[in-house]
Design a protein around this ligand. Structure first.
Ligand code: ZN
Ligand code: MN
Length: 136
């Protein structure tokens, strides 16, 4: 993520910290996760600041909002095409960079000009499976 002066977003130390936190971050954090990670360093930071900054970054196309859980928006600083593996137990999200052959027939396209696709795979991650095994 390029941390530059952008005309539609005033760069403050808090916003720079949020962008640095997101740079290369593959955990797909929620606003609450970001806030929780940074408030130690920035005691005056509010959750509203994080929400607000994420909204601007989203508008600028610098993060993508994931629709996995509407009650807890998650963000992905990797805006390039990729897919996700999602753990239904701990909500871990793992990136998949394989290009799947998802060609649609003209009929299936319903007149759309296709510009992209995204596949979510659901399952139980290795950690959750191991924890479950231990409990039983
Ligand atoms: Zn899991
Ligand atoms: Mn991702």
């Amino acid at each position: 993520m390029e941390i530059d002066q952008h005309k539609s977003m005033k760069m403050t130390p808090q916003r720079i910290a949020i962008m640095k936190y997101l740079d290369g971050n593959v955990t797909h954090p929620s606003a609450a996760d970001i806030y929780g990670s940074l408030r130690g360093e920035f005691p005056t930071m509010s959750l509203a600041t994080v929400y607000n900054t994420m909204e601007i970054l989203k508008e600028q196309g610098r993060v993508v909002e994931l629709s996995i859980d509407p009650a807890k928006k998650r963000f992905d600083p990797n805006v390039g095409p990729h897919h996700h593996l999602i753990c239904t137990q701990c909500s871990k999200v793992v990136d998949i960079f394989t290009e799947f052959p998802l060609g649609l027939t003209e009929d299936e396209k319903h007149g759309f000009k296709i510009v992209g696709n995204h596949v979510d795979f659901y399952g139980i991650c290795g950690d959750c499976a191991a924890a479950e095994k231990e409990r039983s």
